[in-house]
Design a protein around this ligand. Structure first.
Ligand SMILES: Nc1ncnc2c1ncn2[C@@H]1O[C@H](COP(=O)(O)OP(=O)(O)OP(=O)(O)O)[C@@H](O)[C@H]1O
Ligand SMILES: [Mg+2]
Length: 246
C-alpha cells in the first residue's frame, strides 16, 4: 500500500489521506481523509452506493487499486453482512480458515465461547441460524486478535431481537478487546448506540462527523440520544418524523 510519508504525530489505528478510488473513470472515493484512534469505535453512515463498502474493502487490504495514503494496523479483521462460511467445513474450521500456522481447535473454541457459540463448534454451517452464523463470522474475526475490526453491516440481515443481541455483543467484545472498530451501518440508532464517533459519507468524502459523548450503556430514551439521532437523520436527508413513524 502507499508509503509512510505523512505518519501523524499521534499514533492512529487508521490514517487515510488523499484517498481516491475510481471505477470506470468515476471517482467513488474522492480525496478522502480519515483518522481513527486506537481503540476508538467509529460508525460509518451514508446513502446506498456512496462508497462505504469500497472504503472498508480498501482498509481491509482487499482492494489496492487506489491513489493516496492508507495506513492500517497489520492485525485487522473484517466481517461482512453475509457470514460467508464455507459449507463443507465445520464451524470451528471456518473460524480458523486462513490463519497462519496450524492453530489448535481450542483457539477457535475460545473465540466461539466469546460469542456464545461454543456449543456449535462441531456443527455444519448450514445448520446455524442467521444470528448464529453471524456470530461465527465474528468469532472468525476475533481469532485474528485484530487491532482494527472492520464490520460491514454485520447485523443487516438479522431480525430485530437477534439484532439487538448482536449489537450488545459487539459492544461488549469491543470493550473487552479494546480494538478500534469501524462499523458500516444503515441504522442511525445502532450508530448512536455503539459509536464514539459517527461519520457520514457523501460525495466521496467524510462529509460530516458527530462525536457521541453519552455514557455507556446508552439509553435510547435519553433526550440527548434522540437529539443526536435526529441530527444525523437530518444529515442523511431523512425527515426525523418520517423515520420515527416508520
Ligand atoms: N468492482 C466494482 N466495479 C464497478 N463499480 C463498483 C465496484 N464496486 C463498487 N462499485 C460502485 O461504487 C459505488 C459504491 O459502492 P459501495 O458498494 O462502496 O457502496 P455502499 O455505500 O457500500 O452501498 P450500500 O449501502 O448499498 O452497501 C457504487 O456505485 C458501485 O456500483
Ligand atoms: Mg455496502
Amino acid at each position: 500500500m502507499a508509503t509512510d510519508v505523512h505518519r501523524p504525530v499521534i499514533p492512529q489505528a487508521v490514517h487515510v489521506e488523499g484517498l481516491t478510488r475510481s471505477f470506470d473513470g468515476r471517482a467513488v472515493i474522492d480525496d478522502l481523509r480519515l483518522d481513527v484512534r486506537p481503540g476508538e469505535f467509529v460508525a460509518l453512515l451514508g446513502r446506498s452506493g456512496c462508497g462505504k463498502s469500497t472504503l472498508l474493502r480498501i482498509l481491509a487490504g482487499l482492494d489496492r487499486d487506489i491513489e493516496g495514503t492508507v495506513l492500517v494496523p497489520r492485525r485487522k479483521a473484517v466481517a461482512f453482512q453475509a457470514p460467508r462460511l464455507m459449507p463443507w467445513k465445520k464451524v470451528w474450521r471456518n473460524v480458523l480458515l486462513g490463519l497462519p500456522g496450524k492453530p489448535e481447535r481450542a483457539v477457535a473454541e475460545q473465540a466461539l465461547d466469546e460469542v456464545g457459540l461454543g456449543h456449535r463448534s462441531a456443527a455444519w454451517p448450514k445448520t446455524l441460524s442467521g444470528g448464529e452464523a453471524q456470530r461465527a463470522s465474528l468469532a472468525r474475526a476475533l481469532v485474528r486478535e485484530p487491532d482494527l475490526l472492520l464490520l460491514d453491516e454485520p447485523f443487516g440481515a438479522l431480525d430485530a431481537l437477534t439484532r439487538i443481541k448482536a449489537q450488545r455483543l459487539v459492544g461488549e467484545l469491543w470493550q473487552r478487546r479494546g480494538c478500534a472498530v469501524l462499523l458500516v451501518t444503515h441504522d442511525v440508532e445502532e450508530a448512536v448506540l455503539l459509536a464514539d464517533r459517527v461519520l457520514v459519507m457523501d460525495g466521496g468524502v467524510i462529509a460530516h462527523e458527530q462525536r457521541i459523548d453519552l455514557d455507556r450503556p446508552r439509553d435510547i430514551t435519553d433526550p440527548r440520544f434522540a437529539a443526536l439521532r435526529a441530527g444525523l437523520l437530518e444529515r442523511l436527508g431523512v425527515e426525523a418524523t418520517a423515520a420515527e413513524a416508520a
